[in-house]
Write a protein that binds this ligand. Structure first.
Ligand SMILES: [Zn+2]
Length: 379
């Protein structure tokens, strides 16, 4: 009976969140809000459709694509994307932001991991309530899983559930399982919008070796090196890895191979995802403070510096925002004819000192009634 009740409750949660619940309050300088289905009409009306925000500069230049939410349990990705979406004023070139690229992944989570459904970021005008999702698309939207998932390029065999992992689905299929149709739409967007720089923002467990890292496609390595020097000069330690040739289906590999864009993936450490963590709740996602990880760091088991201070969401999102800005600046230096210049974006130090909520709008129901404002402007 208890089991039945649990199934019924989780099923209602599984289907209760839709793309329209994924909040974004674009800066006043947004030029167009569209949906990913513009680039693959087969996504229209599905749980894989999601908002795409475009910011046209005052002067022409290059195009930067910023993607969050490939994996719904990696909080810094969508939060950093929203800092861009809700603050950007593009002076030169163009910015395209997809805050929740796999919207289906935000409609469920992993209760057996004690993961919260949502977490709260305090802003000056009330809390921003963010969904905490899952790594894979919701099985309600893509089922059944094959016994074995055969990745499309090199025919590598992966666990069947990986067919719902957007970051194994590129370059995707125009018509097929939901996750592959999302991947196809992102590829089409990069091609049709002539994206020059495409950045996919993730998080991983602190014991994972690829962390505090820019992963760059072969063609993008020089830009990554320049960006890393810029970041180091701001006191942000960052590693660089070249995208492996033989790991297929990943954004940084397939975006770079199948389009003209310079492709990057960013990683930073989220203790709520790790195997060594202690008590797991929404607070852990936001504070990044876990005594078990502080202990593990003390015995040399982590690849990232970790103290009792933890690694807060402001630090993690701040790293991503600063990395995107540094990559964009490095690209512009090498390609002055396609310069990208974005104003209104806080620095790493500002995000860490003021808290990332300073740069986000409050959720609609959380704002004081008298100060509520129309969608599309910052409160
Ligand atoms: Zn990820």
């Amino acid at each position: 009976m208890c089991a039945l009740l649990a199934v019924a409750l989780s099923a209602s949660w599984f289907t209760s969140v839709g793309a329209e619940d994924l909040e974004v309050y674009p800066s006043p300088y947004v030029s167009r809000v569209t949906w990913l289905s513009e680039y693959n009409p087969n996504l229209a009306g599905t749980a894989g459709d999601t908002k795409v925000l475009m910011y046209e500069g005052d002067e022409p230049g290059g195009t930067l694509l910023v993607v969050g939410g490939t994996h719904g349990d990696e909080a810094a990705g969508p939060v950093a994307a929203l800092v861009f979406a809700e603050n950007a004023h593009v002076k030169r070139g163009r910015l395209i932001v997809i805050p929740y690229v796999n919207a289906s992944g935000f409609t469920h989570n992993l209760p057996q991991e004690a993961h919260p459904r949502e977490y709260r970021i305090p802003t000056p005008n009330g809390d921003r309530i963010m969904p905490y999702g899952a790594r894979l698309s919701n099985p309600v939207h893509q089922w059944p899983d094959p016994t074995v998932y055969v990745e499309p390029i090199m025919r590598q065999k992966l666990a069947g559930s990986e067919s719902r992992n957007l970051n194994r689905a590129y370059p995707g299929r125009e018509k097929g399982p939901l996750t592959s149709m999302i991947a196809y739409a992102v590829m089409e967007l990069i091609r049709r919008e002539n994206v020059d720089v495409a950045i996919d923002m993730h998080e991983s467990s602190p014991e994972y070796p690829t962390n505090n890292t820019i992963v760059a496609h072969d063609r993008a390595m020089d830009i990554a090196v320049m960006a890393s020097m810029d970041l180091e000069s701001q006191g942000i330690e960052i590693n660089i890895e070249q995208s492996p040739q033989n790991l297929r289906g990943l954004s940084h590999r397939e975006w770079g191979d199948h389009t003209n864009a310079y492709a990057f993936l960013l990683e930073c450490p989220n203790p709520a995802q790790g195997r060594l963590r202690g008590r797991t709740n929404a607070q852990l996602v936001v504070s990044g403070k876990d005594p078990m990880y502080a202990k593990a760091a003390g015995s040399g088991r982590l690849y990232v510096p970790y103290s009792e201070e933890g690694i807060s969401l402001s630090v993690r999102a701040g790293r991503h925002v600063a990395s995107v800005m540094a990559i964009s600046a490095a690209f512009s230096m090498v390609n002055p004819d396609r310069e990208i210049a974005i104003e209104g974006i806080p620095s790493y130090a500002e995000i860490v000192n003021n808290g990332v909520g300073q740069y986000l709008a409050a959720s609609k129901g959380q704002r004081p009634a008298t100060r509520d404002v129309a969608e599309g402007t910052r409160p």
